[in-house]
Design a binder for this molecule. Structure first.
Ligand SMILES: CC(C)(COP(=O)(O)OP(=O)(O)OC[C@H]1O[C@@H](n2cnc3c(N)ncnc32)[C@H](O)[C@@H]1OP(=O)(O)O)[C@@H](O)C(=O)NCCC(=O)NCCS
Length: 187
């Protein structure tokens, strides 16, 4: 197995759209099987997601951050995107929009590494705190709790005709999130 130093975190560009889409669709299908309706997971399309990420990365605003982690062959194995909180609570609060790794690369410190790098850049952009929405049944909640996030809200959304519970986790101090992620990133 390659050492984690063989992997590199870098800023994403539009040419990464198809690699990000591949990770996104694959990780959704492995993560949300049993949590979301199968119809949603089956209907996902790498082509459609590529178009979405291409457009998003071409029009990325200054306040947004998208990073990928790639192996020594430049294969993207995970990514994170973040920016201003979508619900618009506080202008200085950032939100992690997406954080996905291929199944085979989970629990090796790459999630913490992406969080650490994203928190670093978000701090540089002037954000002071951070939050993320997680499906209530997703084991990833333990990841955010491990990095010191506190549960701050819940909501119910509808996906594929099913009511789904989500939990918001937050770090009041972005510097704390950054330090906790750096500690867990096995670097
Ligand atoms: C969630 C995710 C990004 C975390 O990244 P990761 O690289 O797997 O996690 P790390 O190795 O950095 O984990 C750091 C610590 O967080 C905790 N943790 C991470 N994933 C966990 C899980 N599934 N269950 C319990 N604890 C977990 C552990 O304490 C872990 O340390 P340890 O492995 O030494 O015990 C990754 O597992 C993933 O892509 N999951 C599927 C997609 C997903 O759910 N994304 C989040 C959507 S909101």
């Amino acid at each position: 197995m390659a050492l984690s130093i063989d992997f590199r975190v870098r800023k994403a560009s539009p040419v990464d759209a198809s690699a990000i889409a591949r990770v996104y669709v694959s990780s959704w299908r492995s993560t949300y099987r049993g949590l979301l309706p199968d119809t949603i997971l089956r209907a996902m399309s790498e082509v459609r997601e590529t178009l979405f990420w291409w457009t998003a990365l071409c029009s990325q605003r200054n306040q947004a951050v998208t990073l990928v982690v790639e192996d020594q062959d430049s294969q993207v194995i995970g990514f994170i995107s973040a920016g201003p909180e979508r619900a618009g609570g506080s202008p200085r609060r950032a939100e992690v929009y997406t954080l996905y790794l291929l199944d085979a690369f989970q629990r090796r410190g790459f999630g913490a590494r992406l969080m650490s790098a994203a928190a670093d850049r978000l701090q540089g952009l002037g954000f002071a705190s951070l939050m993320v929405w997680v499906l209530a049944g997703n084991p990833a909640r333990a990841f955010y709790e491990r990095l010191g996030a506190q549960k701050v809200a819940t909501r119910t959304i509808r996906m594929g005709g099913r009511a789904v519970q989500e939990i918001a986790f937050a770090w009041p101090d972005l510097a704390f999130a950054r330090a906790a992620a750096a500690r867990d990133s096995h670097q």
